[in-house]
Design a protein around this ligand. Sequence first.
Ligand code: GLC
Ligand code: CA
Length: 516
Amino acid sequence: MAPEAPWPKAPAIYQIYPRSFADSNGDGIGDLVGITARLEHVAGLGVDAVWLSSIYQSPWADGGYDICNHGAIHPILGTMEDFDALVAKAHGLGLRVILDQVLNHTSCEHPWFLAALAGDEAMAARYLFRDARLDGTQPNNWISQFGDPAWKWAHQRRQFYFHQFLQCQPSLNLRNPDVMAAHRDQLRFWQSHGVDGFRFDAASSYLWNEALANNPVASQWVREHNTGETFNPFAYQEHLHDMLPEASAHYAANLREWAGANSWLMAEMTVSIRSYEVAMAFCKSDRLNAAYTSDLPEGSASPATIADLLNRADPARTVKWLSSHDNPRHASGKPGEAAFLATLMAVLPGPWLIYQGEEWGLPQPDLAKDEVTDPFDLMYWPDGPGREGPRVPMPWDAEAPHFGFTDGKPWLPMRWNRAELRAVMADGGLADIYRDLLRFRREQAWDTAQVVRHDHGDDWLTLCLETNHGRVTAWFGWPGAAHPVTHEEAPLFSLGHDSGFRATICRDDSKGTVAA
Ligand code: GLC
Ligand code: CA
């Protein structure tokens, strides 16, 4: 498959967190040369593309998502030549390359922001600066998504500035023509280096209400459904004015215009209420290919969570995923459940996002407070959900010192269990199941199927898919579920496990062979 060929409709995408993938020079930090050297493993799984989390110059206050030069590679990760070599190797292996684009904010060390602080008004207009109220307090009640007030005093300007994430991530004014032109050029610059698609960070937060109205108090329902946990006061407000997801979705037409028709574009949604409705708005025809919300991992991909997705969204436009550099590793320490959930992700039509290491069922590592560097985890220690855990470096070799990740000291402690790794890395382990599933979903056209019917109970789910090769029924049973009666002698795929997680996928000529 040559990358010049059109993108598959429902790509399987492997997410790489570059700092933690593979270190080539012994400084303990993963880098681009390290990634290039390990791409055969990724291509060998049968995915269509890799998505690289932020690789740009950054003070690394927010894991690389605080960027001070979007057109330059972080020197710790490598050079532009290293990047070109990575893209060339990926393309040679039939893998497309997706880059993160953090358009919503910059680092406070970005030259634009520094110039704004120094009094450059045109640069200040690229952000949101506002005077204090008469009593010196912040302009309104907005709260950042990390939970502290969304306004930080910039004494140099005698003004507050708005930040939706960390204080050192000032939010950009995306309606500013200079910002728009810079973003357009930035996308085209990376395309000129062979990039095939983009992942847009925090896209539902792009725009805000310029009248700066206060957000209302969240109703009990909104509070329960808001993004984030109850330990984060972000959930206490209804975010009506500090983010305008529908207007941001409309804005996504600009991203399409800048990136062109052939680029594969997906957006991250950081809203929880109306999450799928907003995601679908981002995917209208002149906009993006797909969007993803945090509903699946937050709902542990339960039967009700899947049914909710199918009721509210077009699965062809929703990226299926369970773990990421922000979300704890799923099915931690439970290989049977990991295989089961991979089967569920593979059967659901639409794009599928696989986070580095989930093919080996890596568990969520425990880190001590003094080992953690992520500001969000530290802010809420020990309540935090554990963003740093999934960033613990990848093991490549169960026997090697530092598991083959580095010759030096890994930037986070690696305490993987060698016996467990040996088992999952052996032939017939979880990665082989991922390989089979990735092949089946394409060969059997599950990836482009229509879900014609779905049904669920507390511990089971059935999906009836109309594929190009006929109708298929998939049954998923969580532990304790009674297996349905089936007349199928040779299922297309089946999975049974001592842990009680079972799945059966059958051809369904009788339009209803499997009933729970
Ligand atoms: C996204 C990123 C996350 C980052 C945030 C702010 O959610 O995935 O890592 O902290 O945006 O950029
Ligand atoms: Ca390195």
